[in-house]
Design a protein around this ligand. Structure first.
Ligand SMILES: [Zn+2]
Ligand SMILES: [Zn+2]
Length: 205
C-alpha cells in the first residue's frame, strides 16, 4: 500500500506491537508530502505521541521536522463518530490494558476489529451484524497467556456474531503451529470464509 494514501490510522492500544510503526510513518510523511493525517486511539495516545516526539532523550528530533503538526489526534473510548458522510466509526473499550475495539460502517460493508482483547461481551455487542470480523486469535486454549483470546473462545464469539468473513490476526507461534488445523475447523463449524492473512496480503470482498 502506498503510504501517501493513508489518511486515517486507528490505534487500539499502546502496546509496542500496535504503535511502533507510528513514528516512522510520521517521519516519512514529514519528509514527503506533508499531508495531514488523523490518528484515533484510546485515552493516553495523545500524551504518548507528544512525549515521544518532544523529549530530546527519546525522539525529540522529530519535532524539528514538524512531525507533530501533521497529526490530528482524536482520543476515543465508547464513541460513535462520523468520519466522512456515510462512514461511521464506533469504538468500545475492551478487556486489554486500556484498549479499544473499532467498527467501521461504510455504505456497502461493515468491518469490526477487536484489537487485542480477552473475550469481552462489549466486543460482541459492537460487532453484531458486522460483515467482516477481524479478531485476534493469539493462542490455542491449552496455551493461552495474558489478556488474549484463544481459538476456542473465538469459535464461540464468531458463532454469536455470525460475520460473513472472519479474519484471524495476532497469531503467536503456539497458534501458528496449529493454524491450518484451526482454519479448517473454523470453516467447517462456522460455514463462512476464514482467513489468517500475512502482511501485505489482499482480501477482495
Ligand atoms: Zn496488547
Ligand atoms: Zn498485541
Amino acid at each position: 500500500m502506498d503510504p501517501e494514501s493513508i489518511n486515517i490510522i486507528l490505534v487500539t492500544h499502546l502496546h509496542m506491537d500496535h504503535v511502533s510503526d507510528l513514528l516512522p510513518f510520521m517521519k516519512l510523511r514529514a519528509l514527503s508530502s506533508r499531508k495531514l493525517f488523523r490518528v484515533f486511539g484510546p485515552r493516553g495516545v495523545n500524551e504518548m505521541l507528544d512525549l515521544l516526539v518532544s523529549d530530546r532523550r527519546l525522539f525529540g528530533y522529530l519535532s524539528d521536522l514538524g512531525c507533530r503538526d501533521l497529526v490530528e489526534i482524536h482520543e476515543v473510548w465508547d464513541d460513535v463518530l462520523e468520519l466522512e458522510p456515510s462512514i461511521i466509526l464506533r469504538s468500545k473499550p475492551v478487556e486489554h490494558f486500556n484498549g479499544v475495539a473499532y467498527r467501521i460502517d461504510l455504505p456497502s460493508i461493515s468491518i469490526t476489529y477487536s484489537g487485542d482483547t480477552a473475550p469481552d461481551p462489549r466486543l460482541i455487542e459492537l460487532a453484531r451484524g458486522t460483515g467482516i470480523l477481524i479478531h485476534e486469535c493469539s493462542f490455542p486454549a491449552d496455551r493461552l497467556k495474558g489478556k488474549h483470546t484463544s481459538a476456542e473462545d473465538l469459535m464461540r464469539i464468531a458463532s454469536e456474531i455470525c460475520p460473513k468473513i472472519l479474519i484471524l490476526t495476532h497469531i503467536y507461534p503456539e497458534m501458528e503451529e496449529r493454524l491450518q488445523e484451526y482454519l479448517e475447523s473454523f470453516r467447517e463449524k462456522l460455514g463462512v470464509m476464514v482467513y489468517a492473512p500475512r502482511d501485505f496480503d489482499v482480501i477482495e470482498v
